[in-house]
Write a new protein. Sequence first.
Length: 287
Amino acid sequence: MNISEQSIQALGRVISGDPIAKEKDAITPYQSGSELVSFFNELGGDDNYGQGFPSRWFYVEEKIKEVNGDRKLQEVIIKAFDPRRFLGTDFIQQKACDYLNEYLEFDGLSVQLLGKTPRVCGIANGLVVSVDMFTGSKEERHMFIQEQLEKIQNKLDAADYDGAITNARSMLEAVLTSLEVEMDKDASSYDGDLPRLYKRVNMLLGLDPNREDLNQPMKQILSGLVSVIAGLSGLSNKTGDRHVRVYKPDKRHAALVVDSAKTVANFIFETWASNYEANHPDASESR
């Protein structure tokens, strides 16, 4: 994930609470130098505020540049729109998102709010960009998902299409098993049957295409996702690098599998998050 100089400056103003232009006011709460240091230290930094501290805007932009091109940038953006920053103020979270999105659009990215929870998504280089599903989580299975996303991109860049397909399936499996555990603490262990796993998660989320209360177009879409999972499972078995390969995939095959896996993962996660926040109205303020 890489953003332009203009986007870096805009994000810097969102983080610092500086006016967005000479003739306009700020759109986020003002942050002092010490508060800005705390902001980045909470994301793994190790800075100190004191004598010789640079201009606030310069410090923020340099910190953004340090993570530009890295997945860590997602964490910075998401933290910048933490709903708790806006509590007790007249500043509006959505207005701040709209401002930054005017710049991120040219980078193929955007910040979207799911309830009050910010997420980074978009299209870049013709491939679906997965949002950060479990930002900051130290749970092993959540960290594994992020590792797979990084490996997917690295292998696509290196033209290792077998490996990209394998990691795409592993990422999807990890998302589905993680969400199943969130919804069913007694969930069965995953046995490698991806379509069966997807069906179990579908039922827990109320996405069964056979539901009588669904209209026909929605039934067709949900049935289509079931077919996508079945096809993805079969294709990854034939072209991935964890089984004897039937044929060598090229870039378009890898892009198909990767995009399909990310699209399904995003949809499933968004459905779970929407259901969770509907049942836990204070969740977006506490996460």
